[in-house]
Design a protein around this ligand. Structure first.
Ligand code: E4P
Length: 218
């Protein structure tokens, strides 16, 4: 399973990229707004920090402008994945950009039918938002399971399932069990993945016993 990081904060991305565990980055207009910086500068900077796909979202709502925005974003770097919303204009843009060999991430997916459309439009990634579904008392992970089943039925559908709106480590584990291709994690959730009190306590005890021996490996 690939791990993307869901932030536009390049300092955090630089930090987490140093673990060697980051496979890509996702941003959205809200995350860009949070940085208070120019989007084109931020995306270019992030693309230099990670080798994998960096999602940059269009903000137009009509096909013609969306396409122009997508082409402009794709020119920033080879690893830009243009993010488009799950609307008819978004799907048309997806089809046009993927036809040019540009990676497209179709976002704001809340149903299996939408995911099927995105795959038919040639999306490289489909982003189902599990957390936002859970928020309205709908099982977000059930959607991942449905999409996995549908995509696995057809060799012609090459779209990767990118689990988005991840809120906790349980989402990550459940998505991995279902065979999702990617999870995009807020930095805090990525850091939470490693935490276990028994690991901390175990290490403390090992080191205390080791120090009593008076030995050193180096
Ligand atoms: C990523 O591609 C999505 O934009 C993001 O995961 C949405 O997360 P949220 O529901 O926490 O805003």
């Amino acid at each position: 399973m690939k791990f993307f990081i869901d932030t536009a904060d390049s300092r955090e991305i630089r930090d987490l990229a140093s673990t060697g565990l980051l496979d890509g980055v996702t941003t959205n207009p809200s995350l860009i707004a949070k940085t208070g910086r120019n989007m084109l500068e931020v995306i270019s900077e992030i693309c230099d920090l990670v080798e994998g796909p960096v999602s940059a979202e269009v903000t137009a709502t009509d096909f013609e402008t969306m396409l122009k925005e997508g082409e402009k974003l794709a020119r920033l770097a080879d690893n830009v994945a243009v993010k488009v919303p799950l609307t008819w204009a978004g799907l048309k843009t997806c089809k046009a950009l993927s036809g040019q060999g540009i990676m497209v991430n179709v976002t704001l997916c809340f149903s299996a039918a939408q995911a099927l459309l995105a795959a038919k439009a040639g999306a490289s990634f489909i982003s189902p938002f599990v957390g936002r579904l859970d928020d309205i008392a709908t099982d977000g992970m059930a959607l991942i399971s449905e999409i996995r089943q549908i995509y696995d039925n057809y060799d012609s559908l090459a779209t990767e399932i990118l689990v988005a709106s991840v809120r906790n480590p349980r989402h990550v584990v459940d998505a991995a069990k279902l065979g999702a291709d990617v999870a995009t994690l807020p930095p805090a959730v990525l850091k939470q993945l490693i935490a276990h009190p028994l690991t901390d306590r175990g290490l403390e005890a090992f080191l205390a016993d080791w120090h009593k021996t008076g030995q050193a490996i180096l």
